[in-house]
Ligand binder design. Structure first.
Ligand code: 13P
Ligand code: SF4
Length: 341
């Protein structure tokens, strides 16, 4: 078990010091036995540190690793009593909304998101009053109160499809302005729909600018991988002479799998690079390595703490709590998204 973990981690990181490995192995053992004892699952996002992205079947502790859509679907169907959510707060909230009977614990409840905190329910109400009758598509990277005011939710994976197919000539998309601009450009191939945008940005992806264009120029045969949240001017400049794509986390993973290329420049969260290295060990990935400080609040050690607290007095320190009425209202746009496909 531990041998598998060590070799998987090495493939994702290029090797770790024996010191940190020594600390990790006993923690893994404790997490494994507590998961069994307390009937809990660990769901982990691709932006987690690599040691949290290793599946239980590969010697790690994660029962599922995925993007925000994959994690939501997995959370909605788990049979376990509790979910330990290794991701940020809006993701853990979504898990609770989709499966309210389960306990959902997040190892650090202060793991936020610059997009989620950029807009509140009152802002959506004001937008709806200003653009009367125009439907609102809300990115999953928002809090439950914001979602509850909206017509349909989307994730990076299904946003283009939903925006293209949603009835009407106009659509309000909140809160990521860069993602909105990128979607608007791509929508032009399918429809004349106009997106009305909010002024939010991802503090990680907005940092991809000259750093990516310079890497693209220095590596002309490398293919460029960009998340929807990267500024559209960076998308235009870095895809001018290099092959590549802009899309979701899953689009990025699938693009590499389908490409015959051997070198890629990553314009997304640094640990998606670790996931790519683990999935495609023969390919080379270059990245400015910008990390999401919120995602990095989740560690192997506080994951253990959350599991230890489960069903104990201090469980409330980690548990996601949402009022029943809010759970019901925020569920509607998410359900609509899941039905849309
Ligand atoms: P995904 O929907 O691709 O998982 O992205 C989540 C996110 O936080 C991007 O910054
Ligand atoms: Fe939010 Fe950006 Fe971090 Fe994703 S990477 S959780 S959008 S701050």
């Amino acid at each position: 078990m531990n041998k598998n973990f060590v070799s998987k981690l090495a493939s994702m990181t290029g090797g770790l010091s024996a010191g940190s490995m020594e600390h990790m192995l006993p923690v893994l053992e404790k997490i494994r036995s507590l998961k069994k004892e307390k009937n809990a699952v660990v769901l982990s996002h691709y932006y987690m540190p690599p040691e949290l992205q290793i599946l239980a079947s590969q010697g790690g502790i994660a029962d599922f690793v995925g993007d925000s859509l994959g994690l939501s679907i997995e959370a909605s169907k788990t049979k376990a009593d509790a979910i330990i959510f290794c991701g940020v707060e809006f993701m853990a909230e979504t898990a609770k909304i989709l499966n309210p009977q389960k306990k959902v614990l997040i190892p650090d409840p202060s793991a936020g998101c610059s997009l989620a905190s950029s807009i509140k329910a009152e802002d959506v109400k004001a937008l709806k009053a200003k653009y009367h009758g125009v439907p609102v598509m809300v990115y999953i990277n928002t809090y439950a109160e914001t979602k509850a005011e909206c017509d349909i939710c989307c994730t990076s994976r299904n946003a283009l499809n939903i925006a293209a197919s949603f009835p009407g000539k106009e659509l309000i998309f909140i809160p990521d302005k860069y993602m909105g601009m990128n979607l608007q450009k791509n929508l032009a191939n399918h429809s004349d729909k106009k997106l009305i945008l909010w002024n939010g940005a991802c503090e990680v992806h907005e940092q991809f600018s000259g750093n990516i264009s310079q890497l693209a120029t220095a590596n002309p045969t490398a293919e460029v991988l960009l998340h929807w949240e990267v500024p559209s001017r960076t998308v235009a400049s870095s895809l001018k002479n290099n092959k590549g794509m802009v899309g979701s986390t899953t689009d990025i993973i699938n693009y590499v799998g389908a490409s015959s290329g051997d070198t890629f420049i990553l314009g997304s969260e640094c640990d998606l690079g670790a996931a790519l290295m683990g999935l495609y060990p023969s390919k080379k990935f270059i990245t400015p390595c910008i990390v999401c400080p919120h995602m990095k609040k989740i560690t192997l050690y506080n994951t253990l703490k959350a599991l230890e607290a489960l069903h104990q007095e201090n469980e409330s320190l980690y548990r996601i709590n949402l009022e029943e009425q809010l759970l019901e209202r925020a569920y509607l746009p998410i359900r609509k998204m899941l039905d849309f496909a």
